[in-house]
Design a protein around this ligand. Structure first.
Ligand code: GDP
Ligand code: MG
Length: 442
């Protein structure tokens, strides 16, 4: 697997401060292979690798993760990002019915998806209506009726008067029907051909123009691999669509098609279909697809665990400093800031330390720039000043301000803030404890 390969590429790397050009190239080669094996289109692979390289070059080797893990983490994050980051939700029309039109090749899974989508919408308190606007194949209408019955969702089908033989008329009539019967969503199933052809595109475009869908969903079979990209582009040019539904993800396909389509068309993937049964359907989750493409969900879990353990150790170290008998110094303060920075948003860190609500009030509204300034100020102090901040008088404050490129008022602010923090620490250590500090030794 990719993770095995990366691990061997990086086995020699532990303890290095930074990933070398060579290391990154070796990794890039492995990732490239993995993506191509997952059926990601070549131009997409290229641009993806370029992006990962750039990020990896800038990355410090982290203390929590070994280099292989770190690169995998970057690759995973970039994949999630490229796959759309967040899950895309349906945009409902201001005035119902919301019209959703399905387009795609024959066999892509449109009719099945109509049933799945109908069932899913109904479960979310909607009152959907499925519309049989595929009049190309003799049994297409019956198929939708069967699916609709199974899903417990009504189906609008051409009957005498509904516009027999004319999918545009059926689609148009279905909107009227939805208004009359208070269906808030209409899902229109359309015809597909085995290959992209202009007549099919024209029919889909005619239905589109007649009903002006709120969402056009391009339905595509993940198993068709590289072909998916060409088909996706042809439908984008011929009909246009707002989002993609990926089907047959239960097959062998690693889902590289998802990555390619998203990247090349710029359209988000909204739904994932993973089987023939109506329940085999969900919103598309970029993070799940990323681990599927990389084929290493377990490794990602391990990475998360490694990081969490590291953070917990750091927090425990800090907590024991706080609990020791020595007075809290500016060095401790600086160390605390540095740790806060490395671990991310202050509120996260404080969230991990039991009962640190008051601490959050002390340093909680500090932003990144503040932290830079605070570090500069403390670093401009002598060791004695850091240990015994009481001695920092007016002339020392001026010297420190000049040395750190800040204003005396900044130094004053920091010293005041420090004394408040120190007072709090003393109270904590004196065993009286503070309200809401159950986890801290008194
Ligand atoms: P349409 O021509 O686009 O309407 O495609 P259909 O909905 O008729 O589906 C074509 C075939 O693919 C049918 O046999 C479906 O049962 C099957 N199918 C649809 N979605 C999935 C899926 O997510 N997984 C699997 N394994 N089969 C699917
Ligand atoms: Mg069909």
């Amino acid at each position: 697997t990719l993770s095995d390969r990366l691990t061997s590429v990086f086995s020699s790397l532990r303890g290095k401060g930074r990933l070398s050009e060579e290391d990154i190239n070796a990794t890039a080669r492995e990732i490239r292979l993995a993506l191509l094996e997952a059926d990601v289109a070549l131009p997409v692979v290229r641009s993806f690798i370029a992006q990962v390289k750039e990020r990896a070059q800038g990355a410090e080797v982290s203390k929590a993760l070994n280099p292989a893990q770190q690169v995998i983490k970057i690759v995973n994050e970039e994949l999630v990002e490229i796959l759309g980051g967040e899950t895309r939700e349906i945009r409902f029309a201001k005035t119902p019915p919301t019209v959703i039109m399905l387009a795609g090749l024959q066999g892509a899974g449109k009719t099945t998806l109509a049933g799945k989508l109908g069932r899913w919408l109904a479960a979310e308190r909607n009152t959907p209506l499925l519309v049989a606007a595929d009049l190309q194949r003799p049994n297409a209408v019956t198929q939708l009726q069967v699916v609709g019955e199974r899903a417990g969702v009504p189906v609008f089908a051409p009957e005498p008067g509904n516009g027999v033989g004319d999918p545009v008329a059926v689609a148009r009539a279905s909107i009227e029907q939805a208004r009359r019967n208070n269906h808030n969503v209409v899902v229109i199933d359309t015809a597909g051909r085995l290959g992209v052809d202009s007549e099919m595109m024209r029919q889909a475009a005619d239905i589109r123009d007649a009903v002006q869908p709120d969402e056009i969903l391009f339905v595509v079979d993940a198993m068709i691999g590289q072909d998916a990209v060409n088909t996706a582009q042809a439908f984008l040019d011929g009909v246009g669509y707002d989002a993609v539904a990926l089907t047959k993800l239960d097959g062998d396909a690693r889902g590289g098609a998802a990555l390619s389509i998203r990247h090349i068309t710029g359209r988000p993937i909204m739904f994932a279909s993973t089987g023939e049964k109506l329940e085999d359907f969900d919103l598309f989750h970029p993070d799940r697809m990323a681990s599927r493409i990389l084929d290493m969900g377990d490794v990602l879990t391990l990475i998360e665990q490694a990081q969490r353990t590291f953070e917990e150790e750091e927090v425990a170290k800090m907590a024991s400093t706080l609990a020791s008998d020595d007075d809290f110094t500016l060095d401790d303060f600086l160390q605390q800031m540095a740790m806060v920075r490395r671990l991310g948003p202050i509120s996260n860190l404080l969230g991990m330390m039991p009962g640190m609500g008051q601490m959050r009030d002390q340093i909680g509204n500090v932003d990144e720039k503040d932290l830079d300034r605070i570090a500069a100020i403390i670093q401009s102090m002598t060791p004695e000043e850091r240990r015994t901040p009481k001695i920092i008088n007016g002339s020392r404050r001026l010297r420190i301000a000049n040395g750190s490129g800040t204003q005396v008022s900044d130094v004053n602010g920091l010293v005041t803030r420090f004394f408040e923090a120190q007072k709090m620490m003393r109270q904590m250590k004196n065993g009286g404890g503070m309200p809401g500090m159950p986890g801290m030794p008194g």
